[in-house]
Design a protein around this ligand. Structure first.
Ligand code: GLC
Ligand code: CA
Length: 556
């Protein structure tokens, strides 16, 4: 069935909630979140009104990168529980009208996966070609690529005098997708999970599975290593491999599929998420969260400007219209907290700016994703000491840039406070009791001290909370087809302070305006004929202006 420019689909109408299981809820007091903790909190998620839960990886893993290094794709991480716990969680989630989307991490495995243990044994091992092995060049690494987590992307292995490729940590060797046996093994494993009744996959760095076979040196911007991106992201066979995956697995089930696609352009996104649906439903692009980039990549403490953000948001809305489907997100387990980054987390403006950012995103066209804690306005943790960080990326980056003298220790700590992934990974704040109600033991990473005021119990008791505002935004999406299917059009495109747009479907128009500043800004969009107000983060309005961080939505 067609609505506007789109074919109707459940995953276009859904709102997704991402759970980072390690930090969500600990049911047995070992300080680590687990599956039974998730099961206990399903009623909370049902109350919020989301449709789908995406779980960051829960498979067996030595946790070099918190589960994004998988040693057994068909078993549950011991710390998270058992397969029986998983089956119960899945069945209970379905009873609560919540679908479960699994993280699929198949660009790489753990070096402790049985395939890699075999692969590194000898050049003629049957698993040798499951990974990417290269001879030394002049006694050194095969090229200048740096890994995302610091150091070279190549690790020397004495047993065979060769290097293996790892775009992430050296405990995350890249799988060789050119080998049809690797594809068979991955597709079998995916089928096995689908047959268990899961509802979809979020595919980790899936744009990186096909490498340029020439393995050329990459451009050096940080003075240390070359970037692999031009030769790894959106590589020569990626669409072929995803079409094969679609034919052999995805098309046989009714799934939601979203690909994490670093380096994706509009043209590439139109292929990944094409209308004929021969690959994936949608991709995560990164331009809006990477809108501040310096010589050492994302490491910066500069607040993004609306003038940098708007053209990116608008471009993705305009260019995919009727051609491919967008995903919408501010936050995930790799990003700092949205209210700290794009809003204002001071006592005065935290709630109102969290609601404004939610409005801005949830009224756009695409499938929205909420990251755990975003719905109560959780903030960055601002750790003062390196010892408090747990994230391999943050710790390695600190050493790489401070030890080499490229960045001062003070500056690097300031970057970590602003942008480190651990800002999103502190425990979910359930109540004002010890450890925010996350655990009765010692949490694996410190709880944000603001849990005494920012927690779900307080949010549920306050009708004006960020929680109920998200609940209402979700209800609007579920009841008004224009929120899902309406065409986007940008307004006030030169404004440095207000982000505004319309959505239109048949003879209806939604008008949305969001003040991104802490001061009053002139705005006459709602003065005449915009219709009736659907939602706003202020109970009272002033004629001709938007108040600090005010957001308004009208339907006419
Ligand atoms: C993705 C994940 C991130 C992980 C990386 C390597 O970007 O979201 O958390 O570290 O891939 O798997
Ligand atoms: Ca636990």
């Amino acid at each position: 069935m067609k609505i506007g420019n789109e074919t109707k689909a459940w995953w276009k109408e859904a709102v997704i909630y991402q759970i980072y299981p390690r930090s969500f809820a600990d049911s047995n007091g070992d300080g680590i979140g687990d599956l039974n903790g998730i099961t206990e909190h399903l009623p909370y998620l049902e109350k919020l009104g989301v449709d789908v839960l995406w779980l960051s990886p829960i498979y067996q893993s030595p946790n070099d990168d918190n589960g994004y290094d998988i040693s057994d794709y068909r078993n549950i991480m011991t710390e998270f529980g058992t397969m029986e716990d998983f089956d119960r969680m899945l069945a209970e989630a379905h009873k609560h009208h919540l679908k479960i989307v699994m993280d699929l991490v198949v660009n790489h495995s753990s070096d402790e996966h049985a395939w890699f243990i075999e692969s590194r044994k000898s050049k003629d091992n049957p698993y040798r070609d499951y990974y990417i092995w290269k001879d030394p060049v002049n006694g050194k690494e095969p090229n200048n690529w740096g890994s995302c987590f610091g150091g070279s992307a190549w690790e020397y292995d004495e047993a065979t005098n060769m290097y293996y490729l790892h775009c992430f940590s050296k405990k995350q060797p890249d799988l060789n997708w050119e080998n049809p046996k690797v594809r068979d093994a991955v597709f079998d494993m995916m089928t096995w999970w689908c047959d268990k009744g899961i509802d979809g996959f979020r595919m980790d760095v899936i744009s990186m599975i096909s490498k340029d076979p020439a393995y050329p040196d990459g451009p050096v911007t940080d003075g240390l290593y070359g970037s692999f991106s031009p030769y790894v992201c959106n590589g020569p066979h990626v669409h072929e491999y995803l079409q094969e995956m679609n034919r052999r697995v995805l098309s046989k089930y009714d799934l939601l599929t979203v690909g994490e696609a670093g380096g994706v352009t509009i043209e590439e996104a139109k292929k990944y998420a094409n209308k004929e649906q021969t690959e994936l439903n949608m991709v995560f692009q990164f331009e809006h969260v990477d809108c501040v980039q310096g010589p050492i990549g994302k490491w910066s403490d500069e607040k993004p400007k609306l003038s940098a953000l708007r053209p990116i948001l608008n471009k993705w809305q305009y260019e995919l219209e009727g051609k491919a489907w967008n995903s919408l997100y501010w936050d995930n387990h790799d990003q700092p907290r949205v209210v700290s980054r794009f809003g204002n987390d001071s006592d005065q403006f935290r709630v109102v700016s969290a609601k404004m950012l939610a409005t801005c995103l949830h009224m756009m066209k695409g499938t929205p994703y909420i990251y755990q804690g975003e719905e109560i306005g959780m903030t960055n943790v601002y750790f003062d000491r390196l010892e408090d960080y747990r994230d391999i990326e943050s710790i390695n980056a600190y050493h790489q840039y401070v030890d080499s003298g490229i960045v001062s220790p003070e500056k690097m700590m300031s970057y970590l406070k602003f942008i480190s992934r651990d800002n999103a990974r502190t425990p979910m704040q359930w109540n004002d009791k010890e450890n925010a109600g996350f655990t009765t033991g010692t949490p694996w990473i410190k709880v944000n001290p603001n849990y005494t005021t920012i927690n779900t119990e307080a949010a549920l008791a306050d009708p004006d909370s960020v929680f109920y505002y998200y609940q209402k935004l979700i209800q609007l999406r579920h009841t008004l087809p224009i929120v899902v299917y309406g065409t986007f059009h940008g307004l006030l495109e030169d404004s440095e302070t207000i982000y505004a747009y319309t959505r239109t479907l048949d003879d209806q128009t939604l008008t949305i305006a969001c003040n991104f500043t802490d001061t009053e800004q002139p705005c006459d969009l709602f003065e005449h004929g915009a219709g009736k107000e659907l939602i706003s983060n202020y109970a009272e309005h002033k004629a001709g202006v938007l108040q600090p961080y005010e957001a308004r939505v009208f339907l006419g």
